[in-house]
Design a protein around this ligand. Structure first.
Ligand SMILES: [Zn+2]
Length: 959
C-alpha cells in the first residue's frame, strides 16, 4: 500500500480508507448467517480474556474467542466465483476452499464481514472423487471479531484435505474497502459505475469468507461474470471467456501463485488500456477510464523501465505473465500492490502532459517504483504479521530510492529521500512515538501501523544499513532474503540473518562470510564475522525514538556521547532524565573533517566514547551525506566553526552535509539545545547556495516560521519575516521564469519560490499570475499554462469571486485529476469563509468533490489561516458523520485530526483539543495520534515561549 505520511502541503499525497458501518441486524433470518460488523474498536478490546467465551449472533456459543484464527486448518486453494451487478449494486458469489487439517477439529473459523452466507457444505477428498454431495455445515457468526464458524457434523481428521463450498452474497460497499463501487464522469457528463476491490490489511473478508491473515497463503482461481459492455481484470491473465445465456460473459482467470488474501484483486469496468512488453516478456498494461487515454503513456514507460530494473536488481524474475496498473476514480490509499493488478489513485498514475507538473511526475514515478518493489517485498516475501509491516513498507520506500535513481537519474531522487527521513524525525522525537515493530491486533491497531514509522523510518534505517555494509553486500543480502523466503513469510530476524550471511547455496562459506566476497570493507567484514547485524538493528527496530550524538572536540580528541533526542522536553526539564533511561543505540557513525575528505567510520555502542583525530582540524562533520538516522550536536565551538565554513566557502562541505546541517540546527532549536538566532545565522549563507534541494530546505524552515507567526497573528514579526523573505530571496524570485524549463529540482524550486512570493503578496508575482489567469479564463480554460506555475496562477485567480466560481466550474468539467488537485488547492486558499464553508459542504456531499478528496481538502483549508478555526469547529461538530465515511484508524481520519489541530500553539487551544480527545476516548474511540497531537501542541507552546523574543530581535537586526 502506498501512503505518504509527510503531512506537507500537497493534496496529492493524501490517501485513506473509508468505513461505512453495515447496519448489523440482530434478527437472523432462518438459514442465513449475516456476518456483519457494526462497532469498531471497542468490541475488540476485552475479547482476549482467556476466561471469556463468545456468543454467536443466534445466541449459540461461538467456538473460538481469539482475534487470530486457529492454526488447526490451513487453506491451500480457493476457487472463487463472483458476479457483480453494476445496476443493482450487489453481488452473488460462491467459493470452494481446499483446506488441509493439521490438528483434528470440529470447526473451521473463517473471517467474514458484511456478507450474507446462503449455504455452506463440506466434502472430503473421497466425497469429491465419488461426486458425493457435500454435508451441510452449521454456520455461526461472531461479528465482533469478523469471524464465522463452520461446525462440522463429524470431526475433521488431521493431515486430510477437505473442500468447503460456500454460497454468499453482498452489496458493493460504499466506501473504499472490500468489493466496492466507484464512479466516474465521462466528457459528455454521463456517470458510469465500476466495481473494484481493495483488501489491505483486513478487508478481503468483506468480499469473500477467507483465512484473512498474511500467513495463510494459498492459490486462487478466480471467475468473474459480467455484461458484454464491461471487461473484468484480476491478478492473473484471462484464460477463457464463456458466453452464457442472456448475453452474460464469464471470464476465467489463470490460477495465481501462492499468496496472501490481502493481495487478491478483481475489477469490473469499461476502461481502455495501453500495453508494452518488458525485456523478459512480461506484458505491462495501464488502464484508465476511456477519456484518459492520453494520460497513460508516462506510466507505461516508467513501469516497463522499473520492472526491468527490479528483475535484474533482485535477480528474480517477476513471476506472473502480466502486470496491470489501473487508475481507479475512487480510491482510499495512494496505491495498492495487488499481485499483477496494482490499483492507483488517478493522481498516482496518470500524467497529463498539459497539467501535470514536475512534482506530479516525481510522485507518479515514486508510487510506481514503490508498488513494483512490493511485487517482491510484500508479495513474494510477506511479513508474518502486521506488527512487521515495515518489512513491506520500509523496503518499498527504500527501493524507490534505488530504482528511481537508476532509471530516472535526471529526477535526482537522492535529494528527495531526505524528506523521507526528515518527515519522520519530527514524529520520532516525541515521547509518543513507537518502535518500528510493535504489537497490533485489532483492525484499528493494524491500520495505525501504516504510518511514518513503518514507511519512512523503515526506509531510513535500511538506507543507513546499506551505507554501513556497502551497496553490494546489502544487495546480496536482500537477494538472499528474497530467494530464501519466496512464497513464504518472514520476520525481522530473518532479514537480519540474510544480511549477516548473504552466501547463496553453492558459495563456499567460512565464519559466516562468503568466500567469494572480496570487496567488502575490512571493518564491515570484522563486524559481520561477529554476526552483529541483528544486535545492531534491533536497537533501531525494537526501540522507539532517534538518538542525538553530542560531539565535543578538544584538540585531536573527540568526545562523543549519545542520548535520546526529544523535542518539546528540554534537558533542563525534570522529566527529561527519566525519558532517557534504558535508551541505547548501536550507531554506525561516519565523519569527515576540514583537513581530509576521507570518510571515517566508528560504531558507537555505549553512552560515551572518545575518538582520536589523526591531525588537528578546524571542524568535524558527523553523519556524512546524512545517511545515518541520528542527529548531531556540536558543543563548544563546533557549530560556530561549521557556520564560519559555510559562509567562507560552503562547497568544502558536501551538498548532502549542508542539507543535514540546516535540518539538524532547526531540530536542535525545537529541542531547546540551540538558540534560534544561531540556526537563522546558519541560513545566511544561502544567498551563495546554488543547489536547489538545499535552497528548498532552508526556505522551508523560514516559511514555517512565517506561517507560525501569521496564524498566531503576531503581526509585527510576521510582517518583518515577510519583508525579510522577499528581500533575502528577491534576486532568486525575480530571475524565475514562468515556464517549465530546467532540471527537475530547478523546476521544483521555481514552483516553491513563486508560490511563496505570490502568497506573501509580492506585486510582480501577483501581477503576472493575474495576467495568466485572465488569459486562461478568456480562452475558456483552453490556454496552456506552464504546469509548474499552474497551481500558483489558479490560487491567485481564486482570490476574486468571479475567479473562484469559474475555477469551481472547471473543477467539475476537468478530466485531469492532476488539474483538479491544483484547482481544489487554489479554491481552499480563498480568504472568504463562506467559500470555504461551501467547499466543505461539497466535500461532505461527495458528488462534485469526491469523498476520497475530503481529508486532503480539510488539510488544505486548515493550512489557510482564514480556514483553520473553521475546519476545527467543523470536525468537532461533524465527528459522527466523518466516522460514517472513514474508518477511525484510517489515514483519512488521522490526517483530518492532525491537520486541524497540530498547528495550535496556545494553552487554551491545547485545553480545547484535550477535551475533545477525552470525549472521544470516553466514547471508545481512541487513537495513538491523540497523544502525538497533544505533544505537538505542547511543543509549539514551548517553542514560542522560548524563541519568539529571539526571532523578533534577530529580524530587527537582519533586515
Ligand atoms: Zn506500500
Amino acid at each position: 500500500i502506498f501512503h505518504s505520511s509527510a503531512m506537507i502541503n500537497s493534496l496529492r499525497k493524501l490517501l485513506f480508507n473509508i468505513y461505512i458501518g453495515f447496519c448489523c441486524s440482530e434478527v437472523i433470518l432462518p438459514k442465513l448467517s449475516i456476518c456483519s460488523q457494526f462497532s469498531v474498536s471497542s468490541s475488540y478490546q476485552s475479547s482476549e480474556d482467556p476466561g471469556a467465551f463468545a456468543v454467536a449472533t443466534n445466541g449459540e456459543p461461538f467456538p473460538w474467542y481469539h482475534l487470530r484464527l486457529p492454526n488447526s486448518v490451513i487453506p491451500l486453494h480457493y476457487d472463487l466465483f463472483v458476479h457483480p451487478n453494476l445496476t443493482s449494486l450487489d453481488f452473488v458469489a460462491s467459493e470452494m476452499i481446499e483446506i488441509l487439517v493439521r490438528d483434528t477439529t470440529q470447526f473451521i473459523i473463517l473471517h467474514c464481514k458484511d456478507l450474507e452466507i446462503m449455504n455452506a457444505t463440506l466434502q472430503s477428498e473421497e466425497d469429491l472423487r465419488d461426486k458425493k454431495p457435500g454435508k451441510k455445515l452449521h454456520v455461526l457468526s461472531y461479528p465482533a471479531h469478523e469471524q464465522i464458524a463452520l461446525l462440522v457434523p463429524e470431526k475433521l481428521m488431521a493431515d486430510l484435505r477437505y473442500y468447503v463450498a460456500i454460497d454468499f452474497q453482498g452489496k458493493l460497499a460504499n466506501g473504499f474497502e472490500g468489493f466496492y463501487k466507484s464512479t466516474y464522469r465521462t466528457l459528455h457528463g454521463e456517470t458510469r459505475i465500476i466495481a473494484v476491490t481493495d483488501f489491505q490489511p483486513t478487508q478481503a473478508r468483506m468480499a469473500f469468507p477467507c483465512f484473512d491473515e498474511p500467513l495463510f497463503k494459498a492459490n486462487f482461481s478466480i471467475k468473474i461474470r459480467r455484461e458484454s459492455r464491461h471487461i473484468a481484470l484480476s491478478n492473473m491473465p484471462k484464460v477463457k471467456t464463456i458466453e452464457l445465456q442472456g448475453g452474460l460473459l464469464e471470464d476465467h482467470f489463470a490460477t495465481t501463485v501462492k499468496m496472501s488474501t490481502y493481495l487478491v484483486a478483481y475489477i469490473v469496468c469499461d476502461f481502455n488500456s495501453v500495453s508494452g512488453t518488458t525485456s523478459s516478456g512480461v506484458k505491462v498494461s495501464i488502464y484508465a477510464s476511456p477519456d484518459k487515454w492520453n494520460q497513460m503513456h508516462y506510466a507505461l514507460q516508467a513501469s516497463l523501465k522499473l520492472l526491468d530494473f527490479y528483475e535484474k536488481y533482485f535477480d528474480i524474475n517477476y513471476p506472473l505473465p502480466k502486470l496491470d496498473l489501473v487508475a481507479i476514480p475512487d480510491f482510499g490509499p495512494g496505491a495498492m500492490e495487488n499481485w499483477g493488478l496494482i490499483t492507483y489513485r488517478e493522481t498516482s498514475l496518470l500524467f497529463d502532459p498539459r497539467t501535470s507538473s514536475v512534482s506530479d511526475k516525481m510522485w507518479i514515478t515514486k508510487v510506481i517504483a514503490h508498488e513494483l518493489a512490493h511485487q517482491w517485498f510484500g508479495n513474494l516475501v510477506t511479513m508474518e504479521w502486521w506488527n512487521d509491516i515495515w518489512l513491506n513498507e520500509g523496503f518499498a520506500n527504500y527501493m524507490e530510492l534505488i530504482s528511481v535513481n537508476a532509471t530516472y537519474p535526471e529526477l535526482q531522487f537522492d535529494d528527495y529521500f531526505f524528506d523521507v527521513c526528515y518527515a519522520v524525525i519530527t514524529r520520532d522525537s516525541l515521547n509518543s512515538s513507537r518502535p518500528i515493530s510493535k504489537p497490533a491486533e485489532t483492525p484499528t491497531q493494524i491500520q495505525e501501523m501504516f504510518d511514518a514509522v513503518s514507511y519512512n523510518k523503515g526506509a531510513c534505517i535500511l538506507n543507513m544499513l546499506k551505507d554501513f555494509l556497502g551497496e553490494e553486500k546489502f544487495q546480496e543480502g536482500i537477494i538472499h532474503y528474497l530467494k530464501k523466503f519466496s512464497y513464504r513469510n518472514a520476520k525481522n530476524d530473518d532479514l537480519w540473518g540474510s544480511l549477516s550471511n548473504s552466501c547463496l547455496e553453492g558459495d563456499f562459506t567460512s565464519g559466516g562470510i562468503c568466500y567469494s566476497d572480496s570487496q567488502v570493507k575490512s571493518d564491515t567484514l570484522a563486524f559481520l564475522e561477529e554476526n552483529k547485524i541483528k544486535e545492531m538493528m534491533t536497537t533501531w527496530t525494537l526501540q522507539k525514538g532517534i538518538p542525538l550524538v553530542v560531539v565535543k572536540q578538544d584538540g585531536c580528541s573527540l568526545s562523543i556521547q549519545q542520548e535520546r533526542f526529544l523535542e518539546g522536553v528540554f534537558k533542563e526539564d525534570p522529566e527529561w532524565r527519566a525519558l532517557q533511561e534504558r535508551f541505547l543505540w548501536h550507531i554506525p557513525l561516519t565523519y569527515s573533517t576540514s583537513s581530509s575528505n576521507t570518510i571515517h567510520r566508528h560504531i558507537l555502542k555505549s553512552k560515551t566514547d572518545t575518538l582520536d583525530l589523526a591531525e588537528k582540524t578546524t571542524w568535524v562533520k558527523f553523519n556524512v551525506d546524512s545517511n545515518g538516522y541520528y542527529l548531531v550536536h556540536y558543543e563548544g565551538h563546533g557549530w560556530d566553526q561549521l557556520i564560519t565554513q559555510l559562509n567562507q566557502n560552503h562547497t568544502l562541505l558536501r551538498p548532502k552535509d549542508r542539507i543535514g546541517l540546516i535540518h539538524d540546527a532547526f531540530q536542535l532549536v525545537s529541542a531547546g539545545r540551540m538558540t534560534l538566532d544561531k540556526a537563522l545565522n546558519l541560513t545566511r549563507y544561502l544567498q551563495h547556495e546554488t543547489s536547489s534541494p538545499i535552497l528548498l530546505k532552508g526556505l522551508s524552515y523560514l516559511e514555517l516560521l512565517y506561517h507560525m507567526m501569521d496564524r498566531r497573528n503576531i503581526s509585527d514579526v510576521s510582517e518583518n519575516l515577510k519583508r525579510y523573505l522577499l528581500w533575502y530571496f528577491k534576486q532568486m524570485i525575480d530571475t524565475q521564469s514562468w515556464s517549465d524549463e530546467g532540471s527537475a529540482w530547478d523546476r521544483m524550486l521555481r514552483s516553491v519560490l513563486l508560490r511563496l512570493a505570490c502568497e506573501l503578496g509580492h506585486a510582480p508575482c501577483i501581477q503576472k499570475a493575474t495576467e495568466l489567469f485572465s488569459q486562461w479564463m478568456e480562452s475558456s480554460g483552453k490556454l496552456n499554462i506552464p504546469t509548474d506555475v499552474l497551481k500558483i496562477v489558479y490560487s491567485v485567480g481564486a482570490q476574486t469571486t468571479a475567479g473562484w466560481n469559474y475555477l469551481l466550474e472547471q473543477y467539475e468539467l476537468s478530466v485531469s485529476s492532476a488539474e483538479k488537485n491544483k484547482i481544489l488547492y487554489a479554491l481552499s486558499t480563498s480568504r472568504h469563509q463562506e467559500k470555504l464553508v461551501k467547499l466543505i459542504e461539497l466535500g461532505m456531499e461527495g458528488k462534485v468533490i469526491k469523498t476520497q478528496d475530503l481529508a486532503a481538502l480539510i488539510h488544505a483549508i486548515a493550512r489557510n489561516p482564514k480556514g483553520q478555526q473553521l475546519v476545527w469547529n467543523f470536525v468537532r461538530a461533524n465527528w459522527t458523520d466523518l466516522l460514517k465515511k472513514f474508518d477511525l484508524g484510517s489515514f483519512a481520519m488521522r490526517t483530518i485530526i492532525s491537520s486541524t489541530t497540530s498547528f495550535f500553539s496556545s494553552k487554551d487551544e491545547l485545553q480545547e483539543v484535550k477535551q475533545f480527545f477525552e470525549s472521544l476516548s470516553a466514547q471508545g474511540s481512541h487513537l495513538d495520534i491523540f497523544q502525538i497531537v497533544l505533544e505537538t501542541i505542547t511543543k509549539n507552546i514551548k517553542w514560542l515561549e522560548k524563541n519568539l523574543p529571539t526571532l523578533r530581535t534577530w529580524l530587527l537586526v537582519n533586515i
